[in-house]
Design a binder for this molecule. Structure first.
Ligand code: AMP
Length: 140
């Protein structure tokens, strides 16, 4: 039985109702070039089954996505000449998710791509980390 959601743009791509530039496909996964790429070769990797966010997939569905990352990244870098890449995955509008169908971005990187890299980390006190770890552990 199909899990497709009628107004989901990625479900429509899976169904062939919206065209895409497909770079990888198997029974579970489809990868295609992003229509608004951050860099040359920017690719979106999706499960064929519909789930809005990562926690909506079961472990085997998530594993099927991850299984293709290495091979796909190698192909994208060889095809574009990029020497590095980011894997990005947004869950929820607050985290930047626009299309509510699970997807991973594979983004080839080159020195002159102008994308930059921001990682605004702050050091956390050890007792704060210990307290947080205990709270996480307590969630069943
Ligand atoms: P996100 O902000 O993580 O939800 O990213 C959604 C991505 O899907 C964006 O990078 C869009 O450019 C891309 N996208 C949306 N519609 C299409 C489409 N029809 N074909 C290819 N990429 C798309």
């Amino acid at each position: 039985m199909s899990s497709a959601v009628a107004d989901c743009v990625f479900c429509k791509i899976v169904a062939g109702e919206i065209p895409c530039q497909r770079v990888f496909e198997n029974e579970h996964v489809l990868a295609f070039l992003d229509i608004n790429p951050l860099s040359e070769g920017h690719t979106v990797v999706i499960p064929k089954v519909h789930a809005e966010r990562l926690e909506g997939l079961d472990a085997s569905q998530t594993a099927e996505l991850a299984r293709c990352f290495g091979t796909l990244a190698t192909k994208l870098m060889q095809a574009t000449g990029a020497g590095a890449y980011n894997v990005l995955q947004n869950n929820g509008a607050l985290a930047g998710q626009v299309v509510p169908h699970v997807h991973f971005h594979l983004i080839p990187r080159r020195p002159d791509d102008g994308l930059g890299y921001r990682w605004n980390a702050k050091q956390a006190p050890p007792e704060e980390l210990e307290n947080l770890r205990a709270r996480i552990e307590a969630v069943s």
